[in-house]
Ligand binder design. Sequence first.
Ligand SMILES: Cc1ncc(COP(=O)(O)O)c(C=O)c1O
Length: 398
Amino acid sequence: MSSTQRFSRRTTITHAGRHPHDNHGVVNPPVYHASTILQPSLDAFEAARKPNWTGYRYGRAGTPTSRSFEEAVTEVYGAAGSVAVSSGLAAITNAVLACVKSGDHILVTDNAYGPTRRFCNTFLARFGVETTFYDPTIGAGITGLFKNNTVAVYTEAPGSQTFDMSDIPAISTAAHDKGAVVLMDNTWASPLYFDPFAKGVDIVVEAVTKYICGHSDVMMGIIVGTEEWAGPVRDMAKLHGNACGPNDLYLAQRGLRTLAVRMAQNQANGLELANWLRDRPEVKRVLHPGLTNDPGHVIWKRDFTGASGLFGFVLNEGYSRAALAAMLDGLELYGMGASWGGYESLIIPANPRDFRTATTWDEPGQLLRVHAGLEDIDDLITDLGAGLDRLSAVAKVA
Ligand SMILES: Cc1ncc(COP(=O)(O)O)c(C=O)c1O
């Protein structure tokens, strides 16, 4: 079961990183709780201190549990290597730090996950790395934003609040022409629905917290790299002392095995909800690149093979906060909380207006972000429909 790349990714996620016959035939890799790892001799101890040592030397530097998860994700992505870290945000920050030094300039998409922007504007700025945010729909036009010291382009598609789509191949080509490395947050699509390395990306980050884990009970991230970048991103994560707990690694690997069936259901529920919302009188616009009338649809159809269950919709202008509270507080199946990618449905108000600098978000109506979980779609529609009825009812009496 070592090399499964000749199979589809749906097959690879079920087999990669598992070596049952090295473990008494047990199907799942064992959970190694380890800080101290003993070497059998002085020779072995000294060998384990060498930089190119690939065995185990200390829990933080890797255990069979972390390596089996990393091996699985690397294989699913068809990449050269990966490193698991303690959160999706840690994946983002360590990946970026592996690419920059003081005096450099980077380009970051304007729809990036909020804490990514904050990291650039605070931490990176403090250490002399300048960030320019760019319009996510800029495509090949990004060429005009490069400076002599631009070393990296950070992408995310679609944005996880506004769902605007980027032309990753065009951006990657432009970046490589200028000698810059391309990073991508691929949490929305996962390796099943977007193949970043085939589209020119050099370093992928994914919040394992979301779809790979899939059960809303683990914080974890993964950084995946090409031959050139797998080593530097691993080194950066290790320099920071970043490591994951064995039980979380086990849960993440267990989540990975069912990613394909879960995401197929998230996708189906998400698309059906999005289409149904289009016809609701309270809704001005639905933001989902899988919808044929979405501005990002053409690129999504060309480059992606599916959609996750995360999308947005904008309410018509003028609903009061009391009306919104009546709608959201009374929902039975949609929880109100950060994160997404679990088995359950979520809904939260979002306000991208405060997080844009290269572009503006000028929809006057309230934006709501939905995560379509694995519940029965009829129940999801009934519950959200009742919520929208409450919204209208309160708005009428207010
Ligand atoms: C698109 C995206 N990337 C990264 C992250 C960060 O992941 P984590 O919460 O595991 O740090 C999030 C979290 O919401 C996210 O939405």
